[in-house]
Design a protein around this ligand. Sequence first.
Ligand SMILES: Cc1cc2nc3c(=O)[nH]c(=O)nc-3n(C[C@H](O)[C@H](O)[C@H](O)COP(=O)(O)OP(=O)(O)OC[C@H]3O[C@@H](n4cnc5c(N)ncnc54)[C@H](O)[C@@H]3O)c2cc1C
Length: 346
Amino acid sequence: MNVCTRPFRHQGPRIEHERIGRKDVVHNYGHGGSGWSLSWGTGQIAVEMAKAHGRKDLAVVGCGAIGLTTALVAQQAGLRVTIYAKERPPYVSSHRATGSFTPDSRIVSAQFASDFARQWETMARHSFRRFQSFLGVSSNPIEWRDMYSLSDVPFGSPRPVVHSLEPPYPPFERDLLRDITPQWRSVPLHPFPVPHVQRRSALIFNIAEYTRLLMAEYLANGGVMETFVLQDKRDFAAIHERTIINCTGYGARALLADDSIIPVRGQTAKLIPQPGLDYGFYYSARRVSVYPRRDGLLVQAQAEGDYNNDSEALDPEESISAVQRLAEIVEAMGGGRGRRDQKLTR
Ligand SMILES: Cc1cc2nc3c(=O)[nH]c(=O)nc-3n(C[C@H](O)[C@H](O)[C@H](O)COP(=O)(O)OP(=O)(O)OC[C@H]3O[C@@H](n4cnc5c(N)ncnc54)[C@H](O)[C@@H]3O)c2cc1C
């Protein structure tokens, strides 16, 4: 089981320059539930801002999804990069993510959508293009998988109003990426114990392998890695390089006393991998989803009370009950026996 907090900001991620003492710091944090999905594009924007200061040596603070990809983008742009980080993979929050292309997951609240839409589209398209270069790599860092959406009521029918502190989010992917990402299609014949099912292909990140590949590439390019903890803003002065990109994720909240970052807790559990199983599903009414990752079947429970919850304490009951709900669904499909014999109609 794993737990981590998504660094959500109502106004979208903070990607901007700040002069701190003698240092030019470009902030690149606050990517909510979309950090992996937007990593290359947000890295590109931050590196362009950093390059404007004209120095060859760059420090990147943080070695999660955002720091690592930003460092690689900088190397490709010809910069010499040192990463400074408290933790490195596999001990960073990013390593505990679900691992699918979810570029508009808790990335901005609907209230700020129009201000952020253009930048979001730029980074989502850039990232999506970059992910294509990892497809077909023999170790499968990224791959397409079928994902199903299960529902008790027709898709598009009004949902019961749920009173939550969580804001509405704009459906950016549906509205702005339609031309490049697969769309949901109804599946009339299926083995699921629900009346309404849709399917689409989704990009899955096999985070363990993908991260290793990124780390190896960073080091092979001459990248340096230092273990270093910044206690507060003044500690940027202790970094040797004068241009710094700050990719500290949720850590930026304490580091910069930035209360605009809201923690959104997420807990997942991994079951032993089932190499033959090549699809996953979401069943939101039963608050469970499952992803066919190579390092294990990832089961996610959407718990109530995750929003504005910074607890990193594991709640075993939450995952156990999600796995039980999953077991009930699989049982209703004909159990473990013969699932592979049940042909899903395409
Ligand atoms: C349950 C869950 C599921 C998710 N699923 C997905 C998904 O399917 N797809 C997707 O795109 N996104 C997903 N996300 C979101 C994604 O994980 C985050 O957006 C991403 O992890 C943010 O990456 P980051 O590099 O900014 O932060 P982190 O991974 O937290 O990395 C921060 C880095 O900064 C370092 N650091 C922090 N503070 C300091 C300091 N003071 N001094 C020195 N170093 C410091 C840390 O040690 C670390 O190296 C999910 C998140 C959760 C919680």
